[in-house]
Design a protein around this ligand. Structure first.
Ligand SMILES: *[C@@H]1O[C@H](CO)[C@@H](O)[C@H](O)[C@H]1NC(C)=O
Ligand SMILES: *[C@@H]1O[C@H](CO)[C@@H](O)[C@H](O)[C@H]1NC(C)=O
Ligand SMILES: *[C@@H]1O[C@H](CO)[C@@H](O)[C@H](O)[C@H]1NC(C)=O
Ligand SMILES: *[C@@H]1O[C@H](CO)[C@@H](O)[C@H](O)[C@H]1NC(C)=O
Ligand SMILES: [Cu+2]
Length: 172
């Protein structure tokens, strides 16, 4: 009986954890992670690889962090991005850019030839663009299938239906 209870509590915690992970938490992404924002040693592929591994969402924040002589500015189009066109307005280290729409964002450093040498990054929202596609999340258990686990209300609905399912199992 004690074992069974432990199993049920474990199930409940799993359901809660999955629901929390699916919630719309706004993430901070530091461009380049540990590399930061710099002239990438391996050229422009570095930030492409970095961005492709992320799944950016509206509400997330992109942080540009660096030491030394750099800056960052957003350009308006892929063409300007490819040409390293100076956007006129640039920001200093630590600047935080919030993603407000699904528009693709293009950022470059305008110092010297840094952009030409690969200090540029494209942020594509919903960028499962080139994830080495993790498998889609498993479908929710059937007793919860009518619930959308993205709102707070249905989050509690999920817990309640889990509890109902547990007590059903307990009495069967
Ligand atoms: C993102 O950074 C801000 C400012 O540093 C912080 O308040 C917030 O908790 C961070 N969010 C996450 C999800 O880490
Ligand atoms: C920002 O850069 C500083 C200096 O390079 C570093 O110590 C710090 O850990 C960085 N912060 C993040 C969030 O990457
Ligand atoms: C999103 O909105 C915030 C607040 O208005 C602004 O500071 C930020 O620059 C916007 N982000 C973009 C990518 O335009
Ligand atoms: C996606 O990745 C594959 C292999 O990793 C690559 O061949 C392809 O060009 C990439 N596509 C995009 C749009 O980056
Ligand atoms: Cu630079």
């Amino acid at each position: 009986m004690a074992n069974q209870m432990g199993l049920h509590v474990g199930c409940l915690l799993l359901v809660v954890a999955v629901a929390l992970l699916k919630g719309a938490a706004a993430d901070n992404y530091t461009v380049g992670d540990d590399l930061g924002w710099t002239i990438p040693p391996a050229g422009s592929i570095a930030y492409k690889t970095w961005a492709n591994k992320k799944s950016f969402q509206i509400g997330d924040t992109i942080v540009f962090n660096w030491t030394g002589n750099h800056n960052v500015g957003g350009v308006a189009s892929k063409e300007e991005y490819d040409k390293c066109t100076d956007p006129g307005i640039v920001f200093g280290p630590g600047v935080r850019i919030e993603i407000n729409s699904t528009d693709t964002l293009y950022f470059i450093c305008t110092v010297g030839d840094h952009c030409e040498r690969g200090q540029k990054v494209t942020i594509t929202v919903g960028s499962a663009a080139n994830n080495s596609s993790p498998p889609p999340p498993p479908p929710p258990p059937s007793y919860a299938s009518s619930l959308t686990p993205t709102t707070l209300g249905s989050f509690f609905g999920l817990i309640i239906s889990t509890l109902v399912a547990i007590s059903f199992l307990d009495h069967s």
